[in-house]
Design a protein around this ligand. Structure first.
Ligand code: NOJ
Length: 556
């Protein structure tokens, strides 16, 4: 039934609120996406993942859905969505919306019914619990956005669970009626002709029985609660049912957001015959900094990437990414967003894009957009960050400490409006943008990038073309080389008689590199420095230098 077209695809993620505003209200919208489809087609991407577009009070920018069957007013109408779908398909592209089924908004009618009375037929749609006999919270679990996962509701004198914000109550997947309603909704969207889903927070739908307190050796007020709800035994029952009753019957692509899924049970998630998703986003390669000096831990990165690359070979498929709307910008985090911005962004692109899997590019990544620094917490929007700031400053951390943390890690770094041009507001809107534009837009914008052949945008385009031209870069086996090098990440892609080498200096310093015995460079296909005739096995690499070679492999 499934044709696995998504293996050859390149995906692009759109955060609609910040992508392009077509009507001057300061908020990106569906018509804005339609206006930019030619740009995306020309860039070479095949699949668009669009963050939630459903009706929502926007406590968490659309991840708090109040009506699964309606489009958020600010984004447009259902007609606009249908137009978008048609226009995407007319251009030979595909579209996968976000599917959020771990929780709804507290303004969803199910929740409003549920909270109205203990006897409501909707009571069990959510997770309600009385406090402990001494009146304290039901347990010590911490929400991802800070504070307890429990919110007291005066109306019925019980607590409801929310692992994200208190405006995102968790649905009770133990209730078969809830699951039926969700599957019905999923099929309604699939029947519209969408091409799949990115499935939000899906590892969290199963909570452990009885919601016990978690071990708390450091005696903290609340403890990180993944052990209570991430990838817990029993989740498989829900996931297989979800697949059977919905996506299995359509030729679509699914990518599960699977924080907490470990490689050891990854086969369940993405096995090509029996897996629940075609691919998953897992996060083991992010945040690998050395404890002593905060620099990138290349050994840990090699281990994390290679484990998934080799482990899924012939068995499942990877989703490849460096950025999304929850992560800071990669060029600021891993690269050098000052004097080596372009070079380091290209190096990072080369590093992940040519591995085995479907590469995802997050809006703005293709032009090297950077993190942003606003001085006041009032200039920030992400409820996750704002809640955390309030919680932590309320518990003794200083404003300066928290801002430093936010500048480096905050999700809003990647949510500033897309920088289209050097026009006011980066050409994103003619009105007042819903969220601050990064002041570097006069230098970093799409217009500049498209017109400059040496830009990050054109480098990505070449990577996309290379991947389309060479099946080895899609289907080839991944093999890590130079396993001990202190700053170069290098690997081969081998397919039939062909072999390619991807060599990336991930640090800001020059270094020597030797391509191992048995491999001879035949042809330099791509580099982020101007290089012509560099075919020897011994090479001297400049800071963040990346090279892709066709190689002859005598050991084959
Ligand atoms: C993961 C999403 O990517 C994130 O943006 C959101 O806040 C949470 N899930 C809750 O839906």
């Amino acid at each position: 039934m499934k044709s696995r077209w998504w293996k050859e695809a390149v995906a692009y993620q759109i955060y609609p609120r910040s992508f392009y505003d077509s009507n001057g209200d300061g908020i990106g919208d569906l018509k804005g996406i339609i206006e930019k489809l030619d740009y995306l087609k020309e860039f070479g991407v095949d699949v668009l993942w669009v963050n939630p577009i459903y009706q929502s009070p926007n406590d968490d920018n659309g991840y708090d859905i109040s009506d699964f069957y309606a489009i958020m007013d600010e984004f447009g109408t259902m007609d606009d969505f249908e137009n978008l779908l048609k226009e995407v398909h007319n251009r030979g592209m595909k579209i996968i919306p976000d599917l959020v089924v771990n929780h709804t908004s507290d303004e969803h009618e199910w929740f409003m019914e549920s909270r109205s009375s203990k006897d409501s037929p909707y009571r069990d749609y959510y997770i309600w619990h009385p406090g402990k006999p001494d009146g304290s919270l039901p347990n010590n679990w911490e929400s991802f956005f800070g504070g307890s996962v429990w919110q007291y509701d005066e109306q019925t004198e019980e607590y409801y669970m929310h692992i994200f914000s208190k405006k995102q109550p968790d649905l009770n997947w133990e209730n078969a009626e809830v699951r039926d309603k969700l599957y019905e909704m999923v099929n309604w969207w699939l029947d519209k002709g969408i091409d799949g889903f990115r499935v939000d927070a899906i590892t969290h739908i199963k909570k452990i029985d009885g919601f016990p307190d978690l071990p708390n050796p450091q005696n903290r007020k609340f403890v990180q609660s993944n052990a209570g709800h991430a990838n817990q035994p029993g989740i498989d029952v829900f996931l297989s049912e979800f697949v059977e009753r919905t996506v299995k019957n359509y030729d679509v692509m699914t990518v599960g957001e699977a924080g907490g899924a470990t490689f050891e049970n990854a086969r369940h998630w993405v096995d090509q015959d029996k897996g629940y998703f075609d691919m998953i986003f897992q996060f083991e390669h992010l945040g690998l900094w050395k404890a002593d000096d905060g620099s990138l831990d290349i050994d840990a990165l090699r281990t994390a990437m290679s484990k998934w690359q080799t482990g899924l070979e012939g068995k499942g498929w990877n989703a490849l990414f460096l950025e999304n709307h929850d992560q800071p910008r990669s060029v600021s985090t891993w690269g050098n967003d000052k004097d080596l911005r372009k070079t380091s962004a290209k190096a990072l692109a080369t590093f992940y894009f040519l591995m085995q899997g479907t590469p995802f590019i997050y809006q703005g990544q293709e032009i090297g957009m950077t993190n942003v620094r606003f001085d006041s917490i009032d200039e920030y929007s992400d409820s996750g960050i704002v809640n955390l700031y309030e919680y932590e400053t309320g518990n003794g951390r200083t404003h300066e400490e928290m801002m430093k943390y936010i500048w480096k890690n905050g999700r809003d770094n990647s949510r500033t409006p897309m920088q289209w041009s050097s026009e006011p507001q980066a050409g994103f809107t003619t009105g007042t943008p819903w969220f601050g534009v990064n002041p570097n837009y006069p230098d970093i914008n799409v217009e500049e990038s498209v017109n400059n052949p040496d830009s990050i945008y054109h480098y990505y385009k070449k990577l996309i073309e290379l991947r389309k031209d060479l099946p080895a870069l899609i289907y080839g086996k991944y093999e890590l080389i130079a396993k001990e090098h202190s700053q170069v990440y290098a690997y081969l892609r081998k397919y039939k008689e062909e072999c390619y080498a991807v060599i990336v200096n991930l640090l800001d310093e020059e270094t020597d590199f030797y391509l191992q015995d048995g491999l001879t460079c035949e042809n330099l296909l791509l580099s982020n420095y101007s290089r012509e005739d560099v075919l020897g096995s011994a090479m001297h690499l400049q800071p963040f230098e990346a090279r892709v070679y066709k190689v002859m492999n005598q050991s084959n």
